[in-house]
Design a protein around this ligand. Sequence first.
Ligand code: SF4
Ligand code: SF4
Length: 693
Amino acid sequence: MIKQILFLISLLITLGVFTWTINRLYSYMKQTRPFPISDYGKRFNMMMKVAIGQSKILRFPFTGFLHALVFWGFLVILFGSIEMVIDGLFGTDRVLSFLGVFYNIITASGDVFAFIIIIAIIIFLARRLFFHIKRFTGIEMQHKSHMDANIALSIILLLMISLLGMNVYYLILHPDSFEGYFPVSMFIVSNLIPGHALDFHTAHMMHEIYWWSHILLIFLFANILPYSKHFHVFMSVPNVFLARLEPLGKLYNMPEITKEVKLMMNPDTAFTAPTEGEEAPPSRFGVKDVEDVTWKNYLDSLTCTECGRCTSVCPANITGKKLSPRKIIMDVRARMKEKGPGLVKVGKDFDDQKALIRDYISPEELWACTTCNACAQECPVNINHPSIIVDMRRYLVMEESAAPGELNGMFTNIENNGAPWQFSPEDRMLWAEGLEVPTMADKMAKGEKPEYLFWVGSAGAFDDRYKKVTREFVKILNHLNIDYAVLGVEETDSGDVSRRGGNEMLFQMQAMMNIEIMNAYEVKKIVTCCPHDFNTLKNEYPDYDGNYEVIHHSQFLQKLIDEGKVNISDGQFKDKKITFHDPCYLGRGNGEYEAPRDVLNAIPGEKVEMKRNKSFGLCCGAGGGQMFKEAEKGDKEVFIERTEEAIETGADIICTACPFCMVMMTDGIKYKNQEEKMKNYDIAEMVSMSLGL
Ligand code: SF4
Ligand code: SF4
């Protein structure tokens, strides 16, 4: 009975402290902005795959597998912990043993997992203490972060040792009549402990010591976790369940801006007062401080394991720039810890004369991001870094007009000319000189509705190098008698680069203008060579009633090849080594890795992969507005790092499928003085040349 009372007191203290902590965190969460959640079925599937199945952790086989074993082991051992709580409260012994065979399976798995976890934790601790693992370093990784990790790992180690100790003495106490099955403990009893020599009282005392040590360590661990990076033990499953479902390339809409833009574009639209239940407009655009983030952003910050997988793949960080996506997430948590109590006490007006931007995160970090999504792809708990980075850019641009000068110039060009460069909108069709290219207006005048709109894009219309690609693609369309047309001078910039540069207002204006024209022509299918426009038109225009089937030209060409409409017999590349550079907005942004490779495989020639390819592919350094500005200070430019990787393959050709990648790879080849040895072609050019067009 005394044991039960002591247990009840320990349990109540544990639950009391834990509830207090969670309440405090919840009160901070209530200070943030809303984030809608729906599609629970899809979320469940994602949770099973990413959190329970550990699919992202397993992308790095060795440490990933060890971590996955620890996670799965915890799930199994949780069953035993629940049984211990029941036993502790009611004075029973192995109360769940009535489950028979199931009980044997669970206890046997728990026993084996305890041993595996001990081995894994010793390896993890050794890696942290004796090896220099780059991803565990960085300015955000202070002494406390390392201490947190080491303390948590040590507690897990003690938890597993006490579990095995408890099982061992349970077997010694009940040599002939034990419940469950314990292969590792049985081995220890038979080979390592002279258990039979122990008297009953000593064995009982040892069992009690291990039993209490194990359960008290669980109670202690539960209350230490919320204050450490190991909070992810509780948070990772719910955080993955609540994570975004949209393709990584999509940025969230800002409805408050949509309202303003609609009003600007159609002043006759009467201002409508917010209806009941409608969210009041936020006090500022974008994110300046923690009260501007969504509750999901804050949940992400609590879940972050500080593993550094995001930072280790970030092209900006790899090339020595200040940006570390892990730091961005850790800064949100640290800032809320600082400001949260004041916000709870005083309300939204609380001002401590500090902010997340500048006091924690510098504009230099924010402007270094290429929005390549490598960080979000790797994060094992599905945190999305680029969205919060762009939210902070939105604040800088729309509230402070504090974008880098070159980006401001680019915004002005889009506003005035409908393209990021200073070209007249009237010149949008100059690329087509000498070619027969139908426009939607021509088609409409003849009463025709083409099957496809070929979206040329600003780079396709104005960039000297990419104009050649546009021409080659049109030659393929004409050669195959595809029923298509272009918007011509009616097309204006998609807004992709304005949005990623933080100018949401300009993006939405561009989007709404384009949608108005495309809807007037009753466009249904769009094909484009630009993965950025592909992503924007496909994933972001539906937020403004622009609903189309959008196809990237690599997918379009793949389909034509599959249907037998493109037969390549010319072997002009047959002696060449070709490597493909994955555009971020085609690959990670929208999950398309195979279409360009299938097209390349239809072209005779040797294909080689770069070290980082497909979802591991390294960005070219141009996305997120980078192509229009100087890179932030670092050791190297991203495009040089990527070109060096392509050169390492010994390839004669870097094949790309994106105007931005084309510019960067071309610059990289020039920078490395490889122009004689290496060429850079778009996939459309390779098909067109192979067809002899
Ligand atoms: S999106 Fe790319 S550049 Fe930006 S933080 Fe993530 S990995 Fe780094
Ligand atoms: S954000 Fe994700 S990948 Fe980055 S450190 Fe945190 S948990 Fe790891």
